[in-house]
Design a protein around this ligand. Structure first.
Ligand code: ZN
Length: 444
């Protein structure tokens, strides 16, 4: 009975979170001070609204351009080269989910995004917030956070990123949006432009990682564990039951598996002397520092947390052994892995997928005792399967015509969104189905 109640409560919690997660607001260019930007329109059309929702333009599409320049807390607006008023707020509203904006800031690289976009100016700096479909945002995050090729690699990352996002939905509530686009939250540096990434994200829809009580877990990840992951308390403070050190040979032999760093022995010893007050004239202590070995991951060296040594000295990982070259007065640190080592190893994941290991086994390998929760309804699953089928077809067709250049309207994402929009419209406006079919042929 109790268990039943708990389970119902857990499922409801997940479903409520899910309902609120259909769209998210993400601050973009959050770590770049942008004061001037040009906006063009790659696909679909946009309506531009000014202060109090006053309509400025309703037909912003390919071939047209908008420039926004911050001026104190106002913005100077120019459309197609004509200067208009100064505004306090500007909003670009997309005509449908296939619409794509192209943003060209004066001092940063070009990016493209789907969804609506709002502008404010704070002391001469533009604050841009993208209002986007949650799953579309996730696909962009996955593209920014992991490399690979197989869609299951992206599926694992999507489940981790979705779990994190649903757990941290209020992270920037005080700022008026959900997330920033930097590693403080999750990297979101462009719209997803690769179909395999969208395939992995869509295939994972509804899936999150929960503990035995049904609560969403913390999902830390890192580039490479070096062959063994770390316990959470060895890096941070709390011992978390599902963030246990596990042997992870899958991370060996990958891009970030090993590193070395050579420095003067005086610098190495001096660090422990100055920062941690270790008596380096004591021969036993000195020898410990100069001959430190980690066959298996250790948490400390002479009582000093290795995670602290890593951050103080800017090392790639805390999993290293020390080799002393007396003749040269140098130490060489032979390190393994890249990152804090807690939770999931991305390169271990890539290797496991390539070895044919299932995505849920990979997640259970790195998050000890955790489970995948699937919040999908039957209807969701049917929709999701239809969509993965469509994306798989697009990927196959792209392979056949690999050298063929495509217009933006033939871009896979445009195709996919148009397919999806058509289905949505058909559901809502069944009587007009015939008209829509002819519109459809016209559009294609
Ligand atoms: Zn943030």
């Amino acid at each position: 009975m109790w268990w039943g109640m708990l389970l119902v409560a857990a499922v409801l919690t997940v479903l409520c979170d899910r309902a609120s997660a259909e769209r998210v607001k993400v601050r973009i260019f959050s770590n770049v001070a942008v004061s001037q930007i040009n906006i063009s329109f790659d696909l679909g059309s946009y309506t531009l609204l000014g202060d109090d929702g006053v309509v400025i333009d309703t037909m912003l599409a390919t071939g047209r351009s908008v420039a926004v320049q911050a001026s104190g807390n106002k913005m100077l607006l120019s459309v197609d080269g004509h200067n208009l008023d100064a505004y306090s707020t500007l909003q670009f509203i997309a005509s449908d989910s296939a619409a794509i904006l192209c943003l060209n800031p004066r001092n940063a690289s070009q990016r493209t995004y789907e969804g609506n976009l709002s502008f404010r100016s704070r002391s001469g700096r533009l604050e841009m917030v993208s209002d986007v479909d949650f799953e579309t945002y996730l696909a962009g995050v996955v593209q920014s956070e992991i490399y690979g090729g197989e869609s299951d690699i992206y599926r694992v990352q999507a489940i981790i990123s979705r779990t994190w996002a649903m757990r941290n939905m209020k992270k920037h509530a005080a700022d008026g949006y959900n997330f920033c686009d930097h590693v403080h939250c999750q990297a979101y540096h462009n719209r997803c432009i690769r179909p395999e990434i969208m395939l992995g994200t869509v295939a994972s829809s509804g899936e999150t990682i929960v503990d035995h009580d049904g609560n969403l877990i913390e999902t830390p990840f890192h580039a490479n564990s070096g062959g063994q992951t770390a316990n959470s308390e060895d890096v941070w403070r709390a011992a978390v039951p599902y963030l246990r050190s596990v042997v992870d040979t899958f991370s060996n032999g990958m891009k970030q598996s090993e590193w070395t760093k050579t420095m003067k022995a005086d610098k190495w010893l001096g660090y422990f002397s100055k920062t941690h007050h270790i008596d380096i004239n004591d021969k036993a202590l000195r020898d410990s520092l100069l001959s430190f070995q980690q066959e298996r991951r250790r948490a400390t060296l002479l009582g000093v947390k290795l995670a602290k040594v890593r951050s103080d000295l800017g090392l790639r990982s805390a999993y290293f052994s020390v080799e002393y070259n007396e003749a040269r007065g140098e130490v060489t640190l032979h390190g393994r892995g890249y990152g804090h080592g807690v939770g999931l190893s991305q390169e271990g994941t890539i290797r496991m997928v390539r070895l044919g290991i299932a995505y849920d086994s990979i997640i259970r390998h790195y998050y000890h005792g955790a489970m995948i929760h699937n919040a999908n309804t039957i209807q969701d699953i049917v929709k999701m399967e239809a969509m993965t089928q469509q994306i798989s077809t697009i990927i196959e067709e792209d392979k056949v015509a690999a050298t063929q250049t495509k217009s933006k309207k033939e871009d896979w994402l445009g195709r996919l969104f148009r397919l999806r929009d058509r289905e949505d419209r058909e559901e809502v406006y069944d009587e007009k189905k015939q008209d829509l079919e002819s519109d459809w042929r016209y559009a294609w």
